[in-house]
Each structure stands twice: as C-alpha cells, then as structure tokens.
Design a protein around this ligand. Structure first.
Ligand code: PEP
Ligand code: MN
Length: 341
C-alpha cells in the first residue's frame, strides 16, 4: 500500500502520517518526488482497520499495490531513479558504460585493458575477482588480490570499479576496494547476500537470474530495498531458453517492461547475453535503442587466451568502435554519451 500525499502537504503532515504508521509497528519508506511525496507502507495492513489515514491532513489518496514488490514499483515512485556513483549518474540522460575483462587475471592484463577502455570513453571498469564458474575446475578468480588490482587500476585511470561479491560475509571486505558491487545471475536469489548488500547501502548491479522471470528479478531488488538501499541498477544478461545458438537469449523486451513497472535503472550485458563476441555490438545497439540506461561489456586484449569468457570478449579496438556507434545512436533515442570521460 502507498499513501500519496497532496502536493500542498507540509513536512508536518508527512511526519504525522509516518509517526502514526511507525507507532502501529509498520515499516515506512518515503519517496519524495518533484511535486508529491509518496509513503510506502510495509507490514500487516490489517492493523490499520481503525485508522482512517485518508482523513489525515495532507493525505490525497491510498493506493493498494497488487504486485508482490512495492518499493521497486512505479506506483511507489513514479519518477525514474538516478543512481549516483562518484561523479557518474546512471538512469539519467547520460548513458553508462561498464567495460573490462570477465576475470581479473594479472596486474599487466588488468591495467592494459583498463587503460584501453578508459581511452575509449568508459566510465566504469569491471573485472571478476571471485568467479562462480559452472565447473569447479575452471579458474575461480584471484579473490581479494583481484579486488586490490582493481583498486590499483582505479588509482591509475580514475575509472569507477564494478566487481562481483559472492557471499554475504565478504561484502564489507569488497567495499574497501570497489565502488559498485555486482550480484551475479547465480546469486540473484541468495537472500542473505541481498539483505547484506541492502544493509551496506552501496550501489549494486543486480543481474537477472539464469532462468528468472522479470517479477522474480524485481523481487530480488525489493529484498535490497527493504533494507533501505535504493541504489540498484538492474542488469539484463540473457535467460535460458531452448535456443542453443547463443549462450543465453538476451531478453531485450525486458528493458521496456522494467521501465513500465519499475523506476530502477536497467543496463544490458550483451556479452553474457549472447556468448559470442560478434553479436555483442549489434545487441548493444539494440539495447540502447530499446531504452537501456547503459551497457556492461566484456573486453579482453587477447580473447583467445582469456582465462574466462574469451569467446564473448571483444578486443579494445572493437570496443572503441562500439562506443563510437553508441555515442552516435544516443541522441536519436534522446540520450547522450560523452566520449571524453
Ligand atoms: C560476469 O559478469 O562475469 C558474470 C559471471 O555474469 P553473470 O552472473 O551474468 O553470469
Ligand atoms: Mn564473464
């Protein structure tokens, strides 16, 4: 349920309503828009039976949210959310580009790729330090040393760092090194991890699960928001279907669907979405044309020797071309991409 306040409601009216709700033991989340304030109410609403909230000063109307998620819904917050990381915003007019290797392999590898993607205009460097691989025998990542190399690359290039966390008890450690934590597809429903990232308040890229519906995915975001962390960027990375030509089926329609039902920004990862480097650029263009707020792209200077996801990694030269094309496409869909980051 949400309480939509009147545009003329005063701070005192808002405080009166929130106090009343809190006294009844209900959770309160406030969304202050340009004109109206909306109060999200979480908990057992039957307790409100004898409290005519609609009669309280400043209350415009009460709206019951039918969806299983509340705080992530457009009803709770009609304006799109813009997530700020350092001096970059995600979800506004400017697109966001996150690029880098699938896995941090060595200092030399990471710095080479970081310098290249920075030169092409990326704002964020990605790189996995913990790699939850399908096979336990595949490269599992450099762990904390990988985070340290990412922090070193930030020092040198100024790129903001995005890297995956795979367990609730390593979130605090990850935040010593990274600007944005990534929750991977395999952990989308690791509820302990979602809650911990929620409590940390840090910006988070939440990937769609391997076979998750859009509703399950938004509910995963709701777990994080319920703990008070609204800094969530959804990332469509393809889902499992019967098609085997591509590694996953990139659900481009999820972009406008998410925009309709949620205020959270959404980016697209065409690397994992297709599994083939030659499909990355066309699907990146499709994602931005569909309204995505940004991209996550795997880049490797020597894809055939990459320790993970080489077949879907594009070279720095191809990444440069992709960014140029995205910056030309952006104004056509009322966005912008400034190449001089
Ligand atoms: C990754 O970004 O390297 C990754 C493992 O992605 P996903 O969780 O989408 O498979
Ligand atoms: Mn990968």
């Amino acid at each position: 349920m949400v309480i939509v306040m009147n545009p003329k409601a005063t701070e005192k009216d808002i405080a009166n309503v929130t106090e009343t709700l809190k006294c009844l033991g209900l959770g309160v989340h406030i969304s202050k828009g340009a004109h109206v304030t909306i109060i999200g109410v979480i908990g057992n609403k039957s307790i409100l039976a004898g409290t005519p909230l609609e009669l309280m000063p400043g209350v415009d109307k009460i709206v019951h949210i039918m969806e299983s998620y509340k705080l992530a819904s457009r009803t709770f917050k009609p304006e799109p959310s813009v997530i700020r990381v350092g001096d970059v915003s995600i979800g506004g007019k400017e697109l966001a580009i996150i690029a880098g290797p699938c896995a941090v392999e060595s200092e030399e590898q990471l710095l080479k790729i970081a310098r290249a993607v920075k030169k092409s205009g990326a704002q964020f460097l990605r790189g996995g330090a913990y790699k939850p691989r399908t096979s336990p025998y595949a490269f599992q990542g450099l762990e904390e040393d990988g985070y340290k190399l990412l922090a070193q690359a930030r020092e040198e290039t100024g790129l903001l760092i995005v890297s995956e966390v795979i367990s609730a008890n390593s979130v605090e450690m990850a935040l010593k090194y990274v600007d944005v934590v990534q929750i991977g597809a395999r952990n989308m429903q690791n509820f302990q991890l979602l809650r911990e990232v929620g409590r940390s308040g840090c910006p988070v890229v939440l990937k769609r699960g391997l076979a998750a519906t859009i509703e399950e995915w938004i509910n995963a975001a709701e777990y994080i928001m319920k703990e008070g962390n609204y800094n969530i960027i959804l990332c469509e990375r393809g889902i499992r279907t019967y098609e085997t030509y591509t590694r996953n089926t990139l659900d481009i329609s999820a972009v406008p669907v998410v925009k309709q039902i949620s205020h959270l920004p959404i980016i697209v990862d065409p690397s994992h979405g297709t599994g083939k480097w030659s499909l990355v650029e066309p699907m990146a263009m499709a994602a931005i044309a569909a309204g995505a707020d940004g991209l996550m792209i795997e880049v490797h200077h020597d894809p055939k020797c990459a320790l993970s996801d080489g077949p879907q990694s594009i070279t720095p030269e191809n990444f440069d071309r992709l960014v140029q094309r995205i910056s030309k496409l952006a104004p056509i869909v009322d966005r912008q991409y400034n190449l001089a980051h």
